[in-house]
Design a protein around this ligand. Structure first.
Ligand SMILES: CC(C)=CCC/C(C)=C/CC/C(C)=C/CC/C(C)=C/CC/C(C)=C/CC/C(C)=C/CC/C(C)=C/COP(=O)(O)OP(=O)(O)O
Ligand SMILES: O=P(O)(O)OC[C@@H](O)CO
Ligand SMILES: [Mg+2]
Length: 228
């Protein structure tokens, strides 16, 4: 089993988006710790299997961040299951999870399943719209979600999700200071080496997403920036 607790840098690829073989090779051979496959929209079984099989040409760990029951497929190293703590719709907190376990519980390998307590803070991102997330949060609200994740629900990961916009390092720093067991994932808007370094100072794991589609060279540089 991969030790995701040791991961410092992860690329997130969206199965809905096109990526050339050449770019994918650079991403998979970049030295990143893992590739996370996931997105909010247009995620289908076909595009998930297609992307997974292309990533599988390389040795990098490949994880599915589950967003729909229909697109779950065998073959990933691990399955990260979000629960959106600040969603107003219980489907995204426990509802879809209940359906999935009811349907697939018998065949699930629980050792491969890792829960992520998600807190979505960018009101304009697709994930916030999809999950009807309550994003008008101050720092104390976010810290409370982080503490709930660790102290109440004992989840292994707290994912501070700024998807599409660069976050506030003060928030990341204060959240990190409240966590002792739970791993802090930071994701959102990283486009430069400086930003990657800044967030890596506080977050345990930095997730780099969409910059791979618009400026691959800068995306690749974030690996060294985070891992040193
Ligand atoms: C058959 C087989 C192998 C079985 C294995 C068993 C297994 C692993 C079963 C799964 C069991 C299970 C509990 C499933 C969970 C079911 C489920 C659907 C739960 C809901 C999870 C959830 C809250 C999803 C929302 C996820 C989310 C917030 C995704 C967004 C991530 C994100 C911000 C991505 C960035 O891209 P995007 O949002 O697409 O933005 P752009 O396109 O604009 O870039
Ligand atoms: O695409 P970006 O904004 O880098 O965000 C990364 C990741 O946190 C999205 O789930
Ligand atoms: Mg998407």
């Amino acid at each position: 089993m991969y030790d995701y607790k040791e991961w410092k840098h992860v690329f997130k690829l969206d199965p809905q988006k096109e990526i050339s073989d050449e770019s994918l090779e650079k991403i998979c051979e970049s030295g990143t710790d893992a590739i996370l496959v996931g997105g909010s929209d247009g995620v289908t079984l076909d595009n998930v299997i297609h992307l997974m099989s292309r990533i599988r040409r390389y040795t990098v760990p490949c994880i599915l961040e589950v967003s729909t029951i229909e697109s779950v497929t065998p073959g990933f190293d691990l399955y990260f299951i979000p629960t959106v703590l600040n969603s107003r719709n219980t489907d995204w907190i426990t509802g879809l999870h209940h359906q999935a376990v009811k349907e697939y519980g018998e065949i699930m390998n629980w050792d491969e399943i890792i829960m992520e307590g998600y807190c979505i803070v960018n009101k304009d991102c697709k994930a916030a719209t999809l999950t009807d997330a309550k994003t008008d949060l101050d720092i104390d609200d976010i810290i409370a979600y982080a503490q709930m994740t660790e102290k109440m629900f004992h989840l292994p990961i707290f994912y501070l999700e700024y998807s599409g916009t660069y976050g506030d390092k003060k928030v990341v720093k204060e959240v990190k200071a409240t966590l002792s067991e739970t791993q802090l994932f930071y994701g959102g808007g990283i486009t430069t080496v400086e930003q990657a370094k800044e967030m890596a100072e506080f977050a345990d794991t930095v997730i780099v997403g969409n910059i791979v589609y618009s400026d691959l060279a800068s995306a690749i540089k974030t690996v060294q920036a985070v891992k040193g």
